[in-house]
Design a protein around this ligand. Sequence first.
Ligand code: COA
Length: 415
Amino acid sequence: MKALDGVKILDMTHVQSGPTCTQLLAWFGADVIKVERPGVGDATRGQLRDIPDVDSLYFTMLNHNKRSVTLNTKDEKGKEIFTRFIKECDVMVENFAPGALGRMGFGWDKIQELNPRMIYASVKGFGPGPFADCKVYENVAQCAGGSASTTGNLDGTPMVTGAQIGDSGTGLHLALGIVTALFQRETSGKGQRVECAMQDSVLNLCRVKLRDQQRLQHGPLNEYSQFGEGISFGDATPRAGNDSGGGQPGRILKCRGWETDPDAYTYFITQAAVWKNICDVIGKPDWKENPDYAKPVNRLPKLNEIFGAIEDWTMTKTKFEVMDICNALNIPVGPILSMKEISEDESLRQTGTIVDVEHPERGNYLTVGNPIKLSDSPSDVLRSPLLGEHTDEILKDVLGMSDADIAEAKEMGAV
Ligand code: COA
């Protein structure tokens, strides 16, 4: 048994945000029926290809455990079949440009009329307001959600981050909305509309920066490096480089080999509770009791000097030696791991976070498994479907169509 066994998802998603959401639901056991345009499919099948004519890793890594049916939802016969899917499924998920589902003739009113128990979940770039009609991709959301203006070096341009907080981050939010709506349906008996705007999701992940925006009205942000450097604050939360952003100052520091290895760095947190251990390990025992260094508040204006001394020590060790030594002393540190190192990490394979998958056309590839581990609902990662691989099977077992009906729909170009 899987947690979402028996839940049928009509998956109208494409690219990254929506597919992230439905992949999670599939890992929890839902039957995710990915609807794709005949002969075309999700655009990402053909984007960033590494092997000619083979579904890209972009597609395969976001569409595991799903079944694919081709259906032209703009064609009359296709609409008739789509209507039957709406009646049979529990959830419909989509992330088309604003208004696309309505233009197909399937707005929220129509869906409720067809299936009052249906949960209709959407990702859009923006919520209601001046930008509601805009198409949005990842980096637009990072910029509009406050992430880019608060990321990067103080004297540099705004910076987007590699973590896909706009796309995958919104997909995660949407998945929570869907399971919450399924839970409420248990008592209400009704479906509901679930909407996640990418701008809102990014802002939710940036809420500490909105916290800092308000703190600015009451004085400088003492834990930011620029405080100790005597650089005045403007009227908006600044870019904070690699400052920790929390109550325990932290920085990225060089480790042995940094001259040739771009990832020979560690993140080092000067947690107040282990300050004495830090002083001992870096060879500054006098800082333990010295009133200029002993209390966190006295250290804030001196972070450059303090992290400089710590870096003198970390540069004598590899990032993994720093990890071993500091971990034993309860000092929170973390090696900067490259994607190569992560892909070769045996412990991540053992937990199912990194998974090898066999694909009939591309062979073996690596992917990221379900990061959410349920003890009673383990996630097996199954390869992504080929375009329309399950069309006949789905039309038969979900809609009860006969071979003759299916042949007719194919002849009409609907599937
Ligand atoms: N049969 C027939 N038509 C189909 C179809 C099917 N099975 N599936 C999709 N289509 C149509 C849609 O109805 C739409 O047609 P329309 O514009 O005539 O109404 C069209 O295909 C494509 O939709 P659209 O979403 O506009 O694609 P796009 O490639 O131009 O835009 C995005 C891509 C991501 C910018 C846009 O979908 C978007 O802004 N989505 C919301 C935000 C989002 O999720 N962004 C992140 C993506 S990772």
